[in-house]
Design a protein around this ligand. Structure first.
Ligand SMILES: NC(=O)c1ccc[n+]([C@@H]2O[C@H](COP(=O)([O-])OP(=O)(O)OC[C@H]3O[C@@H](n4cnc5c(N)ncnc54)[C@H](OP(=O)(O)O)[C@@H]3O)[C@@H](O)[C@H]2O)c1
Length: 234
């Protein structure tokens, strides 16, 4: 039975967010997406009936403007998937990298959840899903700010799960390698593959499967699903 209330996915113009938006549309689930840059995928979603809202979360004003537009577009939501993400190295400008990633991974979900909780409290199934990263388990020597900001997102899962229960379930997905970036060379790819037990690049389908599971299961909140190919055992 398809849900009729729209589900919001942030940063869904490409890759994992786009894939999930398209699969949800296949399921008959109406979708609202935020996108920062216009991309071919955004137009594809529009053609299929998705509501698309331009949003840049790199400032508080940008986040609040997005929330206003969202509230104008939808009085109630089936759920919110916080997928938008920046993956900046600590060098050459560590403070700026830290600020940017805290904005996107923490401030945007925090403000969107606080301001939009009322859109989810409608008595039907309602979910918030934070897409974090398996790197939060042990930190990172080269992406310290990225790992810290995603760890903050994991913590938001705990607080919002407690605050919004029982009307809204709040869970996280912590993926390890899912999909390489275009510029990743062979040596990098092999090293990344060797870090998991299962040893392959799974692609966005496994995030959609995880999301589908979290949306469908009625008795799970405050949990973070490690979608990491067994990386924690290496
Ligand atoms: N891919 C993997 O293997 C992997 C592994 C671990 C975790 N994850 C997590 O899974 C999620 C999806 O991954 P992905 O690789 O598909 O992500 P991605 O392509 O790197 O980024 C997703 C989207 O975030 C948007 N974004 C970045 N900065 C933004 C800002 N300041 N304001 C608004 N939107 C912004 C981008 O918009 P533009 O289109 O304008 O650039 C982009 O389309 C992310 O949360 C990521 O951290 C992915």
């Amino acid at each position: 039975m398809p849900d009729s209330l729209p589900l919001l996915i942030t940063g869904a113009g490409q890759r994992i967010g786009l894939y999930c938006a398209e699969r949800l549309l296949d399921d008959g689930q109406p979708v609202i997406v935020s996108y920062r840059r216009e991309r071919e995928g955004v137009e594809r979603l529009r053609q299929r009936g998705a509501v698309t809202i331009q949003a840049d979360f790199s400032s508080e004003a940008g986040i609040l403007a997005f929330i206003d537009t969202l509230k104008g577009a939808a009085p109630r939501l089936r759920g919110i998937v916080h997928n938008a993400s920046a993956w900046l190295p600590d060098a050459p400008d560590p403070a700026e990298a830290f600020r940017q990633m805290v904005q996107v991974h923490m401030l945007a979900p925090y403000l969107i959840n606080l301001h939009c909780a009322e859109l989810l409290q409608h008595g039907g199934p309602a979910d918030i899903v934070h897409i974090s990263d398996d790197v939060t388990r042990k930190g990172s020597t080269r992406h310290i700010a990225y790992a810290a900001s995603k760890a903050g997102l994991d913590n938001l899962t705990l607080s919002f799960a407690a605050r919004l229960a029982p009307g809204v379930k709040v869970n996280g997905i912590a993926p390890a390698l899912i999909q390489f970036n275009e510029g990743d060379d062979e040596a990098y790819r092999q090293k990344a593959l060797d870090k998991s037990l299962l040893g392959f690049e799974p692609g966005a389908a496994v995030i959609y499967q995880s999301l589908r599971y979290l949306l469908d299961i009625p008795y799970l909140t405050g949990s973070i699903l490690a979608v990491n190919g067994g990386r924690h055992l290496r």
